[in-house]
Ligand binder design. Structure first.
Ligand code: MN3
Length: 203
């Protein structure tokens, strides 16, 4: 069973002006598709061909680098599309909001920490909010297409509940070198309902 791409849950221009339609089009149809194509090629004929993408990420140390890069790319982008929405932004409510307040002191402090992780990630990578067993949340960042499901240097941040792609391909057409503006705009499209759902499942 080869991996396939699920349709984007909104129109390519639906996140304008925060994420422009041209970037969304190329990111979804070219970058994400290439990760899937390369992942399928790397797994073809191997024992892991029918594994879930989550299991592949969790066992990434057993795989060659092509699976790490493209498997991470597939998981991360699938995740990224669903934690954004045209009616997003604002502030979270309920359990996940309480966990954020507990960990960071306030939503604004969390926003500061997450934005710092996203803007200071050198080169290409991702910023994450994760939940550990017990419900505690934490911010981290990963290089390239790595993600918190992977055992990286023995350290794991937890189960991802929010992610931001800070590869230049994710923002350069609209924001050029101003990653900080892209990170700020991302907060206008976060799907907090989805984050709350992932928190409830992952805690
Ligand atoms: Mn990307």
């Amino acid at each position: 069973m080869a991996f396939t791409q699920k349709p984007l849950p909104y129109a390519e221009n639906a996140l304008e002006p925060n994420i422009d339609a041209q970037t969304m089009n190329i990111h979804f149809n070219k970058h994400h598709v290439a990760y899937i194509t390369n992942l399928n090629a790397a797994l073809a004929g191997t024992e892991a061909e029918n594994d879930s993408i989550e299991d592949i990420c969790k066992n990434i140390v057993k795989f060659p680098v092509a699976v790490r890069n493209n498997g991470g790319g597939h998981f991360n982008h699938t995740f990224f599309w669903k934690i954004m929405t045209p009616n997003g932004g604002g502030i979270p409510t309920g359990e996940v909001a309480a966990a954020i307040d507990k960990a960071f002191g306030s939503f604004d402090k969390f926003k500061e920490e997450f934005s710092k992780a996203a803007t200071t990630r050198f080169g290409s990578g991702w910023a994450w909010l994760c939940v550990k067993q017990g419900g505690e949340v934490a911010v981290c960042s990963t290089a390239n297409q790595d993600n918190p499901l992977m055992e990286i240097d023995g350290a794991k941040c937890g189960t991802p509940i929010l992610a931001l792609d800070v590869w230049e391909h994710a923002y350069y057409l609209k924001y050029q070198n101003k990653r900080v503006d892209y990170v700020a705009a991302f907060f206008n499209v976060i799907n907090w309902n989805k984050v709350a759902e992932l928190y409830a499942k992952g805690k």
